[in-house]
Design a protein around this ligand. Sequence first.
Ligand SMILES: Nc1ncnc2c1ncn2[C@@H]1O[C@H](COP(=O)(O)OP(=O)(O)OP(=O)(O)O)[C@@H](O)[C@H]1O
Length: 327
Amino acid sequence: MPTSPDAVRVDGLVKRYGRVEAVRGLDLVARPGAVTAVLGPNGAGKTTTVECCEGLRSPDGGTVRVLGLDPVADARALRPRVGVMLQDGGLPSTVPAGEVLRHVASMYARPRPLDELGDRLGLGSFARTQVRRLSGGQRQRLALAAAVVGRPEVAFLDEPSAGLDPQSRIAVWDLVRELRDDGTAIVLTTHQMAEAEQLADHVVVVDGGRAVAAGTPGGLVGGAGQTTAGTLRLTVVPVRAPADTRPAAATWAGALGASLERAGVVARVDADPRRADALEVHAQVDPGLVRLVTAWADDTGLLVTSLAAGPRTLEDVFLELTGRSLR
Ligand SMILES: Nc1ncnc2c1ncn2[C@@H]1O[C@H](COP(=O)(O)OP(=O)(O)OP(=O)(O)O)[C@@H](O)[C@H]1O
């Protein structure tokens, strides 16, 4: 049988829960010595996909191969070669953290030295504490240690740095990079665009159970074939209107968008969901655009209180691909 260079290969995966079609023909590839980040809104089908790769769920359609093997039928052969970090930890609750790790390590032929791994992830301070008494961040670090202690060829990490303090996050990112440099294929799900930007060699954006985009972070942000190359962020306040009659930023966004369209500029204008007074113009950012935007503000009776131009970010791309409405 020809061997595939892909550590993980998912083709046309379909998975249903009763009437819910959680995954609807998803394709994904992860290579050795690379971090593949799976991004997507809540309920997009990321965890279901990863669980099919881990052999925890059987696909209803399509094929999943991990190291060329079927994760369900070949589960026994894959177990010593694959590391898994689950979202809920999946760890026994009444056993001390240090013992859990020792037990997991004993199942592998060539585990990492426990002291070294414990130091890396700061596990020493809670090694004697029962899993159920660990803080969320401590449990998270223990779950990561358990996933990588066996020097896996493939590691599936579900939101590895969710809820971690900055120090722990740096330690986790360093460990992930080191595993990658040692040749491990790492598949991680994350909601943190910064994590994907920092770590990922390859990004797959999932929405509605399908992969809607895939590529390097730079390639996606560079936006081959996209019309938007940058973002102009501005905050505005009405010059005269009393505070209680201020129109919402969404109204300003609509008006600015229409004004730019009349001027022949290809742009998308959004109200920044994080601030009531902030707008984002996604367009080719150049002096002409800045002139048009500030002239519009002047004509509309708005004072521009801040204006910053920047490149598109992975978050911009993510929101363009998956929209802004809540799932
Ligand atoms: N065990 C289950 N039984 C029924 N429906 C489920 C089950 N697990 C997931 N689903 C549904 O399948 C869809 C995909 O869920 P999944 O957990 O794979 O999404 P996700 O992308 O990992 O989301 P999140 O970012 O919130 O973790 C959702 O509509 C979810 O409600």
